[in-house]
Design a protein around this ligand. Sequence first.
Ligand code: SF4
Length: 184
Amino acid sequence: MKTLLHTCCAPCSITCVDTLRQEGIEPTAFWYNPNIHPLKEYKMRKNTLVEYAASIHMKVIMENEYGLRKFIEGIYPDFDHRCGFCYNIRLEAAAATAKEKGFDSFTTSLLISPYQNHELLRRVGEEMAEKYDIEFLYRDFRPRFREGQEMARELGLYMQKYCGCIFSEEDRYTKKKKEKKDGE
Ligand code: SF4
């Protein structure tokens, strides 16, 4: 089976790829993440994936769009409920590309993260599967999240400190500030 693995970053892809390969499924990575800001961060994550994919002989399809304006327009003005839009644009692109290029199915490395809204992701994946008439290969990769992060550290891969959008970067500082305040 040929599956298109929407890939949010190299560290998250490690055990997703391994799990799929153990099942006899060869994934092709698909890079489309217009939610990652600023540009320096976007490039770091993209380049890390390209290098990592080459090291494990995995093909990559690149949709290289730094989508700051489109993303902000899409989530305005409800910045606190932004993840649905973010999942929609990425999984829609994955489903459309998988269909267009003759894959049997598509999936996403976002399914490995305990920090994502897993049920919403699943729902969006299934909606896109129906819309583009292609299978959404649902897997709960979460049990191997820590293992994957550990492997990424050992490999010396770039590890990001926030989810991706500029608001998640803001959350990181707000949280830190709150933790500091709570500890005072
Ligand atoms: S927090 Fe993460 S998933 Fe949610 S909108 Fe930002 S980048 Fe996307």
